[in-house]
Design a protein around this ligand. Structure first.
Ligand code: ASP
Ligand code: MG
Length: 408
């Protein structure tokens, strides 16, 4: 008998009819002979609504109390889903984070899971029940309610699957799988049957927002086979799993783009020890997350330092640099939000030559200027002007042979 953890996100439990649909699907899976554990998110829009309430009360809400409030969205849905299953004649029981002892650290609003006690869930399964576990929430050593960060129910689901040694974890969402590119901008994008954990991590962190990144890291660490499926169709979806030899034949598996970054150039800083430490130390102290960093070969004792940050952090990054200019030789500071990062990802890159060169060739053919470049073992990213992002994604998608057959 297989033990399957199925996670349903906010849109999948967005209203009463959809909650009934989740209950039906879970009962159908149980009827096929599997033991089913459900993990559910809050109804779509609910977490945002709760967050807004806390901010209406307080400009800077205390994070412990904020977690108490926003964790309630999932309490509502676990109860409703269990009721829906019972209403259809099935057996079900709901569990909040503390009831299955999803213990976390005390970093409110971004807590990390430490352990899960499967005992109560196993007992429910043994009674023939469908266990419905609240996503997103846990409890710290003091007994305070914690939450795992936005999209955290994915991580709950994978962690529960790992703790229960489940056969697989299925993430049901409003798309039917992982695509070779964002179908909203690339009509020729195809759904992938399989993708490796590592590729998924690169695609997720690059802005293909299907799964919370930490859930993929967890799945990789504990070797949990992870399915991305649609809650509205019977499509088999995409399997995220360990890499195998066949995957290496494909040089590029997907094209990601990220419109959420901005670029800061610090021009003509003195090329001497301690400058990078000063700049990036100050940014870190201000809690600005830096992504790409490029430093040029110096000319007459000066160099350019260019980096990208999330768009939401651009103003802060600029202030931090401005506050340092006197100390670092009065460089010129330029900030630009109108950029995009376009990336090609594939484990096959490890043993194929000329992949980056081909990417640069495709962009040049389209007349797209590259502003910055960074690479990892299985990824090449280029920063381009935002207005060229869609064109770049489509051209790369075609050039690397990813277009769906018959696509125009
Ligand atoms: N309800 C939480 C959120 O909206 C967690 C989740 O949906 O995964 O971020
Ligand atoms: Mg989600």
């Amino acid at each position: 008998m297989a033990l399957v953890v199925q996670k349903f996100g906010g849109t999948s439990v967005g209203n009463v009819e959809r909650i009934r649909n989740v209950a039906k699907r879970a009962l159908a899976a149980q009827a096929r002979g599997d033991q089913i554990v459900l993990v559910v998110s809050a109804m779509s829009g609910e977490t945002n609504r709760l967050l807004k309430l806390t901010r209406e009360i307080s400009a800077r809400p205390d994070e412990r109390e904020q977690d108490v409030v926003i964790a309630t969205g999932e309490q509502v849905t676990v109860g409703l889903v269990a009721l829906a299953i019972q209403d259809l004649g099935g057996k079900s029981r709901s569990f909040l984070g503390h009831q299955v002892r999803i213990t976390t650290d005390s970093s409110f609003s971004k807590a990390r899971i430490r352990s899960i006690d499967g005992e109560q869930v196993f007992a429910a399964l043994a009674r023939g029940e469908i266990a419905v576990v609240a996503g997103f929430q846990g409890i710290d050593a003091e007994g305070s309610v914690t939450t795992l960060g936005r999209g955290g129910s994915d991580t709950t689901a994978v962690a529960v699957a790992a703790a229960l040694k489940a056969t697989s974890c299925e993430i049901y969402t409003d798309v039917d799988g992982v695509y070779t590119a964002d179908p909203n901008i690339c009509k020729a994008a195809r759904k992938l049957d399989r993708i490796s954990y590592e590729e998924m991590l690169e695609l997720a962190s690059l802005g293909a927002k299907v799964l919370q990144i930490r859930s993929v890291e967890f799945a990789m660490k504990y070797a949990v086979p992870l399915w991305v499926k649609s809650s509205f169709t019977d499509d088999p979806g995409t399997l995220v799993c360990a890499e195998d030899a066949a995957m290496e034949d494909v040089v590029v598996s997907g094209i990601a783009h990220d419109l959420n970054e901005a670029r800061v150039a610090v021009r003509q800083v003195p090329d001497r020890p301690g400058v990078a430490r000063r700049v990036f130390g100050a940014l870190a102290a201000a809690n600005v997350v830096v992504d790409m960093i490029v430093q040029n070969v110096s000319e007459s004792g000066h160099t350019d330092l260019t980096f990208t940050v999330g768009r939401g952090d651009l103003a802060r990054a600029r202030e931090v640099i401005q506050s340092l200019v006197a100390e670092i030789g009065n460089p010129r500071v330029e900030a630009d939000a109108g950029i995009a990062k376009v990336s090609i990802v594939g484990v096959g890159m490890r043993n194929h030559a000329g992949v980056a060169a081909k990417m640069f060739d495709v962009l040049a053919e389209e007349g797209i200027n590259i502003l910055m470049i960074s690479t990892s073992e299985i990824r090449v990213s280029c920063v381009v002007l935002e207005k060229y992002a869609e064109l770049a994604v489509r051209a790369l998608h075609t050039a690397f042979g990813l277009d769906a057959k018959g696509a125009v």
